[in-house]
Design a protein around this ligand. Sequence first.
Ligand code: BGC
Length: 785
Amino acid sequence: MTRPPSVCFGASALVSLTLVACVATTPPDAIPDIPLTQPSLACGASSSLLSASSRVRALVADMTLDEKLGQLNQAAGGRSKTLNSKLTPEELDKVRRGEVGSYLHVAGAEALGALQQVAVEESRLGIPLLFAMDVVHGYRTIFPVPIAMASTWDAADWESAARIAADEATASGLHWTFAPMVDIARDPRWGRIVEGAGVDPYLGARMAEAQVHGYQGASLSAPDTILATTKHFGVYGAPAGGRDYGSADVSERSVMETYMPPFYAATQAGSGSMMTAFNDIGGVPTTANETLVDGLLRDQWGFDGMIVSDWNAVAELMNHGVAATREEAGILALRAGVDMDMTSGVMSGDLKRAVSSDSCLMHDLDGAVARILTTKERLGLFDTPLAYHDPAREAASLLTPENRAEARRIAARSIVLLKNDSGALPLASEPQTIAVIGALAEDRLTQLGSWRAQGDQEDVISILEGLQAHAPEGTVITYAPGSHPTDYDADAIKAAADIATAADRVLLVIGEDYDLSGEARSRSDLSLPASQQALANAVFSTGKPVTVILVTGRPVAIETIAGRANAVLNTWMMGVEAGNALADVLWGKVSPAGRLPADFPRRTGAVPFTYSEYPSGRPADPDITKDSNRYHDLGIDPLYPFGYGLSYSDFTYDSFTAGAAEVGANGTVTLSVKVTNSGSLQADEVVQLYMRDPVASVARPRIELRGFKRLSLEPGETRTVSFTVSPAQAAIWRSGNDWAIEAGDLEFMVGGSSADIRARTSVRVTDTGHSNAPAAALETKVDVQ
Ligand code: BGC
């Protein structure tokens, strides 16, 4: 476990980055006035230590080894319903002794204020604590689950929800959230697909930066902004077989072009912390991956924030089989660049001997401590440690009518209309009997989804309540639960079919409950649970017109169900305003304009799949008798593709033109298109720009998203949408953070989904060039006239 003297970054590297500097260079104006451990040639030092404020450097110089190690310790404060339950008198003594840097799973302005007071008044150096929680899609006002938030295709909606979540969480004494989760997920068997923005790096990058802006606001030191954690750095979203925590065996190109862009975008947006993933990439656990963490993230991208491990992940390096002892595990994590150890206690408890005898490790430790203290300083905790602990503010801030209104607005915007035969929706306002069938219609907890912070199911307007409250006069709502995803009651299903028979039409509420997606909730079968399938069959047999209200945390395989339904609305899990938001869409107050951020497969066997694959030498041919890149027993197209979603209105696209036929490698070109609402209702359209590089030095995806704009149009209204792109957005990963811009044609396509391309044009890139950013992370400027 000794560092090879001539190696700057770990030999166990996934990505063959060309790293130019391994020695900490000390610019003249950053020479420390306080002596710190000096990096040796072989230390792979990070300059963040030297560039810290004089307060932080003074503290680091004054700290004992135990106090330094204590800062690396993030301890668990309790579980969500009994928050702070582990903060026993013995725990407070640890705070007094400086053995804890942060607590997670804690909350409450007053309780945390008292704890903070102990830290700043009764510990030797008065270093404040950091209080953290997974505030992922709302704190008390729970918004739709993240995959639904991405379905809005409007980054401003995510930013607004994150801002509200930050305001509420900080009012409750929290400084730090473990969000955004930006892992690209192309295999919906993986339960954590619900937590992210889906399959696409460009969409993912926009949603990532929006959340960072929303959480952190203009200044981290304001008491209503919260430190964001972009997670789970590495390739957590591609575990083998979709099984959570599993190894990602992906190519270097995929790492850089597909999985890294949202992380890069979040870094550029100023994300103050990052979390390393549990899993490994080709055998290198990211929590021990010095090349990726210290190398790519810190040295090449310039990330200067704090890095936290995932829960117990440092100790789990032993399970991975890359460390034999806790000490070895801690050394690997510290060297890789992890600053704080979430709950395993390894970095605080098992490293003393190693750092005392290895000056490089001591130097790494000082860097980690400096970054933790700098983060506390950025949050304003040294100057105003009790700014987050005002119980009056807490009482006034949570679940306000304004916050609920925003949750309702955004939830309605996240709903995706998948099918609408013969104008089945919106529902007519004339008198009729509507049977609401399915126990999910009453399941409030499910609407809160995975990660619900302080969300309370009592706050939720259920689907049934929303429909009952908003049904037009003369509409009679009947209800039968049939079965819940977690049970199978044949008699109840039969009773539900009888209620359906007596109605004019059926709203069939089926899908997954909250516990079927999320962490450690991977599924091998993407069809609906058996009870839901049986309930659907019974209801379809009545012959009544059926609208399926799909509740789910992942793309599911519903080909047969969708085939028999008149209409399908995918509602994901909508948060506290679920029922109200659904009613807004069903009765046409809001025309649905959510778009899928992930393809829906026809069957489980078709995953993993994305719209953005390489073409192959024998591109998929619809003719099954030909040897091509497709299944023999299943259409290659997904049931519903990326970017898909219907509207109550119709849209036409005209005059798609490029402002120039040619562009230099470092230039920009503007592509414009006229979009008209040709229907009779006010509605939103999501105008989508795709790109393809038809001939390059390596095969390129058959189509890639490079821009989008959600537009609201009155009937008959036309707007011109302009997208300004640069060739760097088509750059190809080479190595050493060098992205090649190749000369040649680029094709651009515009349309209403990845499978609904309405117009194409080409632009010639006249020369070659270089870029230093992941292509999909770069944002296309959009203008609407
Ligand atoms: C999850 C993280 C989360 C952490 C703390 C882990 O199990 O993977 O996403 O932030 O727990 O709750």
